[in-house]
Each structure stands twice: as structure tokens, then as C-alpha cells.
Write a protein that binds this ligand. Structure first.
Ligand code: NDP
Ligand code: MG
Length: 401
């Protein structure tokens, strides 16, 4: 199902939507909890999952009265089970199977996948198969397997509600407009932590520098992706799948204020933009309450004060990861999966102090250079390409020591 196609909500009006939240202890997870708590008359949290932060998860389960929880990491799961911290009667699940069980809970209406990286793929596919609405923050899984996720959603008639702010913005602009009338979409990028740095200084950039995002407060991996602009590259690929667009229709522009999240240009040249403060509570609320609207958790943009909107083209020389992402998107096949896998490895190595900042695009470029691209016939093909790319990128990262 194309994300822009409006389907009737499976939840009868007036009753509460029951939400499963994968990645509850993360940045998106915390914002989602604020939205759910602010709209307790419309939303109910029924399942939560995290990787290893079981203490945080137990606190969430207690606060929200959640009785189904999953911890991915086996050691953390054992600690959680023995801790007695979860409310009496909580069903505690483990590992990938636990996440998948949560995302198919019979009582759930919508599954919000906000797990960093690609671990959310299987649970997302299971949620689709079970006919749940999928509120999707984890862009990596669409980049890895967009073709198969969208096919499954189409087959099952499942609705995908984008949470990534730019895609949620496009979704809002497209409501009521058939995708055929769209000439192109323009996603905005803040330019990240190094937007105003002289290029020669970048070789000394540290993880602490890269984690100082000018506008958004987010998890570590995505914040580094913003500094390289890999994030915007991943988002272009994400948009291609979500909205059924050609690579040439997905473009980006630098907009330092992060107040306009997208521009949709129609065939007649008219453009629609979507505006909101740079806080994820706006797209999360839109996706969880869709198609309804309700009062916001935070105030809107205040036009009684001077508000500026600047836009400038992306300098591909300054942001080689954007060039590599665009080339991968245009090449198609397994190239986007290779781009994503090598980027995940390289960002982790950079955050671990194992490689310099400028090695990220080199590792990703090398991974793409080593790949003989092909059109994947199955999910297994993509997962094999992902694994191979990770292996190569790991070896490459070691050589930068
Ligand atoms: P964070 O690093 O803040 O949080 C990641 C969350 O995922 C944590 O709850 C973590 O648990 C959990 N997690 C990681 N691996 C697993 C696993 N294998 N099984 C279960 N849970 C797991 O990330 P963000 O919230 O920033 O990002 C989440 C996703 O949303 C990413 O894909 C990102 O690209 C996307 N996104 C984020 C935005 C943002 O504003 N933050 C904006 C748009 C998209 P634990 O705490 O135990 O480690
Ligand atoms: Mg985004």
C-alpha cells in the first residue's frame, strides 16, 4: 500500500488505539511516550521493547501499566527477569522472537518501530502480515528492504504511517492528491553539526563534535548521519519507496532552521510545504492519531516573532555521503542496502573512536565499489548483500586504526 493512500482506520472512532512501541527507551520512544501520555483518551500503550535498557523499560511498563514487554539482549533479559522490577503479571519476552511476538499482539492496532538500525525489519514485516498499522521511524529498514516491505503492505492492505519528520510532512502534503500529480519532492536538511565548519577542519572532527546537532535532539547514530548527510541520503531512498517515486523525483535542499520539513512540487509547478517546530512529537502525534487531529503536545511556530526560512542547494563535494546515497538510489538493486550496511558499521567505528570522521565516506565508497550490483529476487538476497557489506566494511575499518 502506498503511504499516501488513505485507508479507513481499523480502530472504531471513539475507542482508544492500542500501541506497541519498539525502541521505547530511545529518543523517538521517549517522544512517543509523551504523545501517548498526552492523549490518554485516544491512545493506550500495550507493548514495549528495548535492546538492553531493561531498567528504563520497567519504569515505562510501571508508568503506563503495560503488561507485555520484550528485551532483545539475552544477558539483559536474564537480569530483567530476575530483577522483579516489572509490574506483577508482566509477560517478559526475549530477543528477535520477542519483538515479533509483540508486534503481532492480537490486541494491538498500531506498531511503532523506532529501533535503531535494521533489527526492526522482521517485527515490521510481522506487523504488516498481522494487519496492524505500521508507524515507521526506522528508516534503515526501508532502505534495506523497501521493495519487500511495500509489496507486503500492498498485499495485506496494511497502512504505513511515516514518522520520519520529512516523510510525515510529505504524507500530510499528499493527502487528497494522487501521487501521479507529483513532479518531485524536496526534503529539507539542516546540514548537521559541521554545516559551518571549514572543510579542512573536518579531518579532526570528534564524535563529541558530530553529536552537537544544531536543531534536533536525537539518538547517536542518526545524529552522526546528519553530520555526514547520510541521513538525508537514506531519507531520499526511504521516500522513493514510501511514495512510489522515481529516484530523480526525490531531492533535498539545505534549510538550516529545520522548520519547513518538505516541499512537494506538483506538475503545474505549485508547491505545498509542511511546517512545524523541530520536535518529533509533531510527526509522532500525526501518525499515531491519523486520520484524526487533536491539540498538540508542544506549541506551534510563533510568527509573532521574526522567523526566517533559508534554503540553499546541497554541496555534493562537501557531503560525499549524499553523493554516494544518490548514486546508490539511482543504481537500485542491492546498492542502497550496501550503502546502509557499510554506513552503520562505519558510524559505529567512528563513535567508538576507531576511525576518523572522514573515513566514513571512504569505507562506504569502498563497500559500494566491491559490490557487483543485482536486482534482489528475495529478502534473503538483500540480507546476504547486507551481511557481505558489513563484513567488508568491518575489515576496512580495522585498516584505518
Ligand atoms: P536511539 O539510539 O535514541 O534509540 C534506539 C532504541 O532502539 C532504544 O530504545 C534501543 O534500546 C532500541 N533498540 C536498539 N536495538 C534494538 C533491538 N535489537 N531490539 C530492541 N530494541 C532495540 O535511536 P532514535 O530513537 O534516535 O532512532 C530510532 C530510529 O528512528 C532510527 O532508525 C532513526 O533513524 C529513526 N529516526 C529517529 C529520529 C529522531 O529524532 N531520533 C528522527 C527520524 C527517524 P536500548 O535503550 O535498550 O539500547
Ligand atoms: Mg528525518
Amino acid at each position: 500500500m502506498n503511504a499516501a493512500d488513505a485507508l479507513p482506520s481499523p480502530t472504531p472512532r471513539g475507542s482508544r488505539k492500542r500501541v506497541v512501541l519498539l525502541g521505547a527507551t530511545g529518543s523517538i520512544g521517549q517522544n512517543a511516550l509523551r504523545v501517548i501520555a498526552s492523549h490518554a483518551d485516544r491512545l493506550e500503550l500495550v507493548g514495549v521493547a528495548a535492546h538492553s535498557n531493561w531498567r528504563g523499560l520497567a519504569e515505562i511498563a510501571r508508568e503506563h501499566g503495560v503488561r507485555d514487554a520484550a528485551v532483545f539482549d539475552p544477558g539483559a533479559f536474564a537480569d530483567a527477569r530476575d530483577s522483579g522490577s516489572f509490574p506483577e503479571g508482566t509477560r517478559l519476552l526475549q530477543g528477535a522472537a520477542g519483538l515479533t511476538e509483540l508486534s503481532t499482539l492480537p490486541k494491538a492496532d498500531v506498531v511503532l518501530v523506532a529501533v535503531v538500525g535494521t533489527a526492526g525489519l522482521e517485527p515490521a514485516l510481522a506487523a504488516i502480515d498481522a494487519g496492524k498499522d505500521l508507524a515507521l521511524a526506522s528508516k534503515e529498514i526501508l532502505v534495506l528492504a523497501g521493495k519487500f516491505i511495500m509489496e507486503a503492505a500492498r498485499r495485506r492492505g496494511t497502512r504505513i504511517l511515516p514518522i520520519d519528520s520529512e516523510h510525515n510532512a510529505v504524507f500530510q502534503c499528499l493527502e487528497g492528491h494522487p501521487g501521479a500529480g507529483v513532479r518531485r519532492i524536496v526534503l529539507t536538511a539542516s546540514g548537521g553539526a559541521f554545516r559551518d565548519w571549514p572543510a579542512e577542519k573536518l579531518r579532526h572532527a570528534t564524535p563529541a563534535d558530530a553529536l552537537k546537532h544544531p536543531n534536533w535532539s536525537m539518538g547517536r547514530k542518526i545524529t552522526v548521519d546528519c553530520a555526514t548527510l547520510a541521513n538525508k541520503g537514506l531519507e531520499l531512498i526511504e521516500a522513493q519507496w514510501l511514495f512510489g517515486l522515481k529516484p530523480s523525483q526525490c531531492t533535498a535542499v539545505i534549510h538550516p532552521q529545520s522548520l519547513v520539513h518538505c516541499l512537494v512540487e506538483f506538475n503545474d509547478g505549485a508547491m505545498l510545504a509542511q511546517l512545524a517546530p523541530s520536535s518529533m512529537v509533531f510527526p509522532i502525534q500525526h501518525a499515531l492519531l491519523y486520520p484524526d487531529r487533536a491539540g498538540g503536545v508542544e506549541p506551534p511556530i510563533d510568527f509573532t516573532r521574526l522567523v526566517r526560512f533559508d534554503f540553499s542547494p546541497v554541496d555534493m563535494g562537501r557531503y560525499p555521503m549524499m553523493r554516494l546515497a544518490t548514486e546508490s538510489m539511482t543504481a537500485g538493486g542491492v546498492a542502497p542496502a550496501v550503502f546502509n550496511a557499510a554506513n552503520e558499521v562505519a558510524v559505529e567505528a567512528f563513535l567508538g573512536g576507531r576511525i576518523p570522521f572522514l573515513a566514513i565516506p571512504r569505507i562506504v565508497g569502498n563497500a559500494l565499489g566491491r559490490t557487483s550490483n543485482f536486482e534482489p529476487g528475495s529478502l534473503a538476497d538483500v540480507l546476504a548483500a547486507d551481511k557481505e557489506a558489513r563484513r567488508g566494511a568491518e575489515a576496512d575499518a580495522v585498516s584505518f586504526k
